[in-house]
Design a protein around this ligand. Structure first.
Ligand code: PFF
Length: 485
């Protein structure tokens, strides 16, 4: 077991909220949530999404916190610490693989935000008029995408290499409040535009026709979005919770974090849809336009709409700074999952031949061999992982280029990784976590972690354990089965 006295901890409670919400709030809220909402016809998606957060997402966030703080280690060793001599650490390997695969495509999208930030700063974006062509050109320019992906990976690596307190906590504490302020300012601007009401209705008033055209796919899309947005189901929050102090109230922290994350997603919706409807040339066909927009929604529609606001350049710098910051606090957490694992688990044993020390240590050939064990330092771990992420990012970037043959099941590698991680691996990871915490974890540990300072009732404990044992695993399975049928 890792020595808990030497393991780093977050300095303050604000730091904990900032870091966990910083992980959750990211491109998932601002890029992925609006594009999924648009693809699935608006309000119906939003309601299924909110139900997923309440019944599956938030309870599993809490389970990850419990396991992380009780197990006090990286997301694989947590399992072997809590259930020694069993094979549950494979759940951890699964989670670490998911983190790596997510980073592969996430860093590419984060790279797009840097390109758009540069275009905003130079004023070029404000002067352009065909944003669809601009986004298309970027998708087809593997070189530029790779350049920004590398910059983003290196920026993330720099912060993570400085360690938990100095790097992650400070970065998150500074970035999160700034992000909120920027988002609120943009929302106020959006809802005060004439005609913004249609966009709000699209987002919040369910419409039967839209629901019918979305079909059962809305279930898996919303479930995947819930896990992706909350950073839950793959050991990321478990790793962060291993740095929590004993006095942190886990249920309260989970609730605050899930509410902040959901608010940011909804705010992103409030920022994007009313603006889109208010400034559309043909609002009647807007639903179709949004559906076709997909992953390009933020990168095509928003600059176009921002441009028609007074002071376009300032607004677009504002918006893309927001996106870069949001992405960075999330990539930091993704890299931390794997770094904690590599640093604590990977050992390299190098044989050191020693000439004829004594007969006792001699091998058959007459030479003694001593073995020296090395662990990777934090900076070196970060460096090795970053190299792998860059390689995956390069593949994703090339796969986006038109007519690229880098396809898996008819999807570009980029789309495939998004599909595989968000819609399959994270919900499945969520089932593992929920089953482990509900059935395998010692009931006393579960209760002790939950009721720090005796603030929670036994009734809550029973309901929560029932949810972990039955409701969440069965519900997630049902959603996956119905959505994919
Ligand atoms: N939740 C992040 C977002 O919404 O952008 C993405 C993410 C971060 C997913 C960390 C998973 C994770 F472990």
């Amino acid at each position: 077991m890792t020595d808990s006295t030497t393991r780093a901890t977050f300095g303050t409670k604000l730091g904990i909220i900032a870091a966990t919400a910083g992980s959750a709030v990211g491109l998932g809220n601002i890029w992925r949530f609006p594009s999924q909402t648009a693809q699935d016809g608006g309000a119906i998606f939003v309601f299924v999404y909110l139900a997923c957060v309440a019944f599956f997402g938030a309870p599993i966030v809490l389970a990850e916190f419990i396991l992380g703080r009780a197990g006090k280690a990286n997301s694989a060793r947590v399992y072997s610490n809590l259930a020694p001599r069993k094979k549950f650490h494979y759940f951890g390997y699964f989670a670490i693989t998911a983190a790596f695969l997510i980073m592969g495509f996430y860093m590419v999208v984060a790279g797009w935000t840097l390109e758009y930030l540069e275009l905003s700063l130079t004023g070029e974006l404000a002067r352009m008029n065909d944003f669809a062509a601009l986004f298309d050109a970027l998708r087809n320019d593997a070189g530029t995408q790779i350049k920004w992906t590398v910059v983003f990976v290196l920026a993330t690596a720099g912060i993570v290499a400085f360690g938990v307190k100095k790097g992650i906590e400070l970065a998150s504490k500074l970035m999160m409040p700034l992000l909120f302020l920027m988002l609120i300012a943009l929302c106020v601007r959006a809802v005060t535009l004439p005609g913004a009401g249609d966009g709000l209705a699209y987002l919040f008033a369910p419409n039967l026709e839209n629901a019918r055209s979305a079909g059962p796919r809305v279930l898996t899309d919303a479930l995947g979005q819930c896990f992706f947005s909350l950073s839950v189901g793959m050991g990321c929050l478990m790793t962060y919770a291993s740095y929590f102090g004993k006095d942190v109230r886990l249920a309260k922290t989970a609730g605050t974090m899930a509410s902040l994350d959901t608010s940011v997603a909804l705010l992103a919706g409030v920022m994007i849809f009313p603006t889109a409807f208010a400034l559309a040339a043909q609002p009647e066909t807007m639903t179709e336009t949004l559906k076709a927009g997909g992953p390009g929604l933020v990168f095509v529609t928003i600059p176009q709409l921002l441009q028609s606001l007074p002071g376009a350049q300032i607004w677009s710098v504002f918006f893309f700074v927001l996106l870069v910051l949001a992405s960075l606090t999330s990539t930091i957490s993704l890299l931390e999952v794997i770094t904690a694992f590599v640093q604590e688990e990977v050992r390299v044993t190098i044989p050191k031949p020693v000439v004829r020390l004594s007969k006792k240590v001699r091998r058959g050939d007459g030479n003694a061999v001593l073995r020296q064990e090395y662990r990777f330092s934090r900076p070196f771990s970060v460096l090795v992982i970053s190299a792998g992420v860059i390689a995956l990012g390069v593949l994703c970037s090339f796969s986006l280029v038109e007519n690229s043959s880098l396809k898996i099941f008819g999807m570009s590698i980029f789309e495939f990784l998004d599909f595989l991680t968000a819609k399959l691996m994270m919900p499945i990871g969520g089932i593992f976590i929920s089953l482990f915490a509900g059935w395998q974890l010692d009931k006393k540990i579960l209760a002790a972690e939950l009721t720090v300072a005796g603030t929670l009732s036994l009734r809550f404990f029973k309901v929560y354990r029932f949810l972990l044992r039955y409701v969440a695993p069965a519900g997630i399975c049902a959603v996956l089965v119905c959505g994919f049928l």
